[in-house]
Design a protein around this ligand. Structure first.
Ligand SMILES: [Fe+2]
Length: 195
């Protein structure tokens, strides 16, 4: 089997299992742990997910990372992306309004976790580094920020595709106020790489 076919079949098998987990167990922390474990299994296939197949944006431009769509159902559920980053960037604290799971393929992504502070902003309550063999999982309302220093590839999976998410909130630290992300508009279609 060539590697594109191998990749297609590995992704399809993982997404099928993840659909089954959600159908059987619903969306809760325990089911998200199962989804995370299944994605970690997929991410272990590092030969199928290299930076050669999913390059980060070229140095010098505005973008530090890009998303490749690996899988998404016709109704936009179960959206799986490869995030390829060149590093040197991060995000503010934000939620997702759908469940979200990140697992590492190569490189390291620092995740900080937050709760909403009484005075209106956010308070850090922990952190974890996502790398090969590890991941993090979020309920729709959970808050995190990501911080990437060096090139990495990881998987981001969402209960609903990013282009459908119109109410993701993020905290503008300097202005001390919450705002809403515009729906993501720069996702590279990569299903042809896997079909
Ligand atoms: Fe996020």
């Amino acid at each position: 089997m060539d590697s594109a076919k191998e990749r297609r079949s590995a992704i399809a098998a993982a997404v099928a299992d993840i659909r089954d987990i959600e159908k059987r167990d619903g969306v809760n922390r325990a089911s998200l742990e199962k989804i995370k474990a299944r994605l970690i299994q997929l991410a272990a296939r590092t030969e199928l997910f290299s930076a050669a197949d999913f390059p980060p944006p070229a140095p010098g431009g505005n973008r530090h990372s890009c998303l490749y769509r690996l899988s998404e159902d016709a109704d936009h559920r179960f959206a799986l992306y490869a995030n390829s980053a060149r590093g040197g960037h991060g995000t503010p604290a934000h939620n997702h309004t759908t469940w979200a799971v990140i697992v590492g393929v190569t490189g390291e992504e620092l995740n900080k976790f937050y709760e909403r502070a009484d005075e209106g902003g956010v308070r850090e309550k922990g952190r974890d580094v996502v790398r090969q063999g590890t991941g993090v999982a979020f309920m729709p309302e959970d808050l995190h920020s990501i911080h990437i220093e060096a090139p990495l590839l990881n998987f981001h999976m969402y209960g609903l595709g990013l282009e459908q998410l119109h109410r993701r909130e993020f905290y503008k630290e300097q202005e001390r106020r919450w705002d809403v992300f515009p729906p993501h508009s720069d996702i590279r279609e990569a299903r042809e790489l896997v079909t």
